[in-house]
Design a protein around this ligand. Sequence first.
Ligand SMILES: NC(=O)c1ccc[n+]([C@@H]2O[C@H](COP(=O)([O-])OP(=O)(O)OC[C@H]3O[C@@H](n4cnc5c(N)ncnc54)[C@H](O)[C@@H]3O)[C@@H](O)[C@H]2O)c1
Ligand SMILES: N[C@@H](CCO)C(=O)O
Length: 349
Amino acid sequence: MTEYKIALVGFGGVNRALAQLIAERNEDWKNALGFTLKIVGVTDLFLGSLINRQGLDAASLAALPVTKGALANLPGGDAVARTEAVIKDSGADIIAEATFTNPVDGEPATTFCRWALENGQHVVTTNKGPIALHGAALKALAQRNHVAFEYEGSVMSGTPVIRLARQLLAGSSINSFEGILNGTSNFVLTRMENGLGFTEAVEQAQALGYAEADPTADVEGHDVRLKVVILANELLDASLTVSDVRCNGISALTLEDIDQARQNNARWKLIGAATRHADGSVSASVEPRLLGNDHPLSSIGGATNAVSFSSDLIGTVTVSGPGAGRTETAFALLSDIISLHQSAAQGRE
Ligand SMILES: NC(=O)c1ccc[n+]([C@@H]2O[C@H](COP(=O)([O-])OP(=O)(O)OC[C@H]3O[C@@H](n4cnc5c(N)ncnc54)[C@H](O)[C@@H]3O)[C@@H](O)[C@H]2O)c1
Ligand SMILES: N[C@@H](CCO)C(=O)O
């Protein structure tokens, strides 16, 4: 049985849900998965930081009040986020990085990942910025340091997509994909179909933990653009940058547009798509599309996401599931840890 020491970088919805899962399920994981997790450090811009190499109580962390500097109220805690120390000095084997996604330059999360990888620590992250903007460099760094860099939760939350397509569709070349890749905007469109105003719908998505810190990224398509870059580079062998992806969001759609679509047996959906052409080039876009009610993606409602891959040997494969949510995304971190544990076990054989 392996015990991994883990440090949580960013202690918002996702990493708090991971702490809750650890509190509730560590014993089950021992038998079912062959490992347990011991939290040895936590750091958060708002809450402060705390290191304890002997292990922190996951249930107490999960129940921590959301007040400024709250970690200073626990023994050894600090009101300041000493993130570099938590990564480098906590003795963690794994860093779970879940700070804000910065769609412009991926920082400071990219630096956090780099510190950990250079320090010989595995990184699991749900943050789209470092992967979409610096994925190749971080993967190379992980490889040089013989550690894992896993990011399943960066696309479609806990719904398996990246690993599923990479591993289970290997051998059937993926030539294109199209999908609903943002939970918040799909939730907003669905609520608007029921007559709720755009602003109220966004507020509901925020309260449910789906939205980015700045929900503009959700409704203007910037979040989907990062996910399209991640999927295209991962699965279509592309080298896209964010500026290669044409991007329009849903903020200009009105209740009248949505009602008119309904009268025409159609729905507006925010679609992220990419296609590999015969010459090897890849084009990609994010845009609202009017889908007829018979289109496979038109019935995907709420924060659910779905993506259809077109591949040469088996045609179209569609994966659907939660696209956002705290526990759902914490599950993605767990799936990354399971993956790195299995790789380590295979390496030992
Ligand atoms: N919530 C979801 O449904 C979901 C799904 C998939 C991916 N993600 C991604 O996962 C990440 C975390 O999401 P969340 O819902 O937990 O967000 P959140 O806003 O609830 O939490 C992020 C936390 O990170 C902290 N933080 C920000 N910058 C920091 C820094 N420089 N140093 C230390 N702490 C810092 C904030 O104080 C905050 O508590 C984001 O990048 C998000 O895009 C979220
Ligand atoms: N804000 C994002 C979280 C998942 O990446 C969404 O709503 O899809």
